[in-house]
Design a protein around this ligand. Structure first.
Ligand code: ATP
Length: 236
């Protein structure tokens, strides 16, 4: 495997007295797909928030492309190619699909991909480019949120619960897009409550429990691990 492109080292995140992340370390090789799974409130979103610069860690280090970015503001991480797709999508509903994409492109200026490239990757958005983003279905809005990140031509994309609240067919489409992103060479960190789907797509997985990594390993092994199956996968 190649050098890690993203490294999280002894990360701690606290909100006042709540210790959301107690001690989390992992690294992702360039081009890899890492899944971070676990119950509600285990700290998954907080790990991504710290990696992307939205929250300041109480301790620990984030390294991106070999550089310590722990104290670098979020917009500079985006400019360097570390891009978050937040939980709940956070698209701007009154702006059109095309305008939302432009906002994503603006964050990377010259390196940004042309809008047309995103419509090739997300054909459903092409048909709706002039519509207000708020009129899209939940699945389409999720596609738009991912496209808005991808137009910035990220090196690493952090996906927070992309399948949340979607109908099964849309979940399939979102996972198909994640596979495509990975196939294009972009590194993916995927946070999911849908642990089985996430581990099937990933090469490595970590299971978070109350802010700590309880299990980790090749995703194919976690899918067979009786402890993980019992607590997170259940019967299919
Ligand atoms: P979810 O799937 O529900 O988002 P998660 O695994 O992503 O869960 P986090 O959202 O990181 O977990 O939350 C971890 C813990 O930190 C939880 O106890 C949560 O209540 C708490 N927490 C998260 N954000 C904040 C905040 N802004 N202020 C206070 N507590 C928070």
């Amino acid at each position: 495997m190649s050098e890690p492109i993203l490294e999280v080292e002894s990360l701690k995140v606290a909100y006042g007295r709540v210790q959301a992340v107690r001690d989390v370390s992992f690294s992702v090789p360039e081009g890899g797909l890492l899944a971070l799974v676990g119950a509600n409130g285990a700290g998954k979103s907080s790990v991504l928030a710290a990696a992307s610069g939205l929250v300041r860690p109480a301790a620990g280090r984030i390294r991106f492309q070999g550089e310590d970015v722990t104290r670098r503001p979020a917009h500079r991480r985006v400019a360097a190619g570390l891009v978050l797709v937040p939980e709940g999508r956070q698209i701007l509903g009154t702006l059109t699909v095309a305008e939302n994409l432009l906002l994503g492109a603006h964050r990377r200026r010259r390196q940004a991909a042309p809008e047309s490239e995103m419509y090739d990757l997300f054909p459903v958005l092409a048909e709706r480019r002039a519509l207000p983003a708020g009129s899209l279905s939940g699945g389409e809005q999720q596609m738009l949120a991912i496209a808005r990140a991808m137009i910035a031509r990220p090196r690493v994309v952090l996906l927070d619960e992309p399948s949340m609240g979607l109908a099964p067919k849309m979940v399939d489409e979102v996972f198909a897009v994640i596979e495509k992103i990975r196939a294009s060479g972009v590194t993916v960190v995927l946070v999911e409550q849908n642990a089985r789907r996430a581990l099937r797509a990933a090469d490595t997985g970590h299971v978070l429990e109350t802010g700590e990594i309880a299990h980790s390993g090749p995703a194919s092994e976690l899918l067979q691990d009786p402890r993980v199956v019992k607590a997170y996968l259940g019967v299919e």
